[in-house]
Design a protein around this ligand. Structure first.
Ligand code: SF4
Ligand code: SF4
Length: 114
C-alpha cells in the first residue's frame, strides 16, 4: 500500500450502552448534584492538585457520566479533598462529596460488595 506519511487514527467512539454505569448510578443516588454538572471546568481551573499534577475533577465527572470507570480508578487519588472547587462551582455541585462518594463506592465495587 502506498504511504502518504500519515496513518488513520484509531476510532474514539464512546459506547454509552456498553460502558459500565454502576458507579455513576451509585454516586447519583448518594450525591444527586452530580446531574447538575455542565462540565464547565471551573473546578479544574481552580484546583491546586490540577495545577501540580494534571488531575481534573471535570474529567472525573465527565468520565462518571460516560461510564468510563477505568479513567476514574486511575485518577481519583489525585484529589486532596480541600473543598475549594465546591465553593467555586457555578452549578452548586457538591464536588468534594462526589470525590468522597466515588472513592467509597469504587472500593465497594472492586470488592464486589455492591
Ligand atoms: S465547576 Fe461544577 S459544573 Fe463546572 S465542571 Fe466542575 S463540577 Fe461541573
Ligand atoms: S476538593 Fe479536590 S478537586 Fe476540589 S479543589 Fe480540592 S483537590 Fe481539587
Amino acid at each position: 500500500m502506498k504511504s502518504f506519511g500519515y496513518t488513520i487514527s484509531k476510532g474514539r467512539v464512546i459506547d454509552y450502552d456498553a460502558n459500565d454505569h454502576r458507579l455513576e448510578n451509585l454516586v447519583l443516588a448518594a450525591e444527586p448534584t452530580l446531574a447538575l454538572c455542565i462540565a464547565c471546568g471551573c473546578c479544574a481551573a481552580t484546583c491546586t492538585a490540577a495545577q501540580h499534577t494534571g488531575f481534573s475533577l471535570r474529567r472525573i465527572n465527565v468520565s462518571l457520566r460516560r461510564g468510563e470507570t477505568d479513567i476514574i480508578r486511575q485518577e481519583i487519588s489525585g484529589c486532596m479533598l480541600c473543598g475549594k472547587c465546591t465553593i467555586l462551582c457555578p452549578r452548586g455541585v457538591s464536588t468534594r462529596n462526589i470525590v468522597f462518594t466515588v472513592r467509597k463506592h469504587l472500593s465497594l465495587l472492586d470488592n464486589n460488595a455492591v
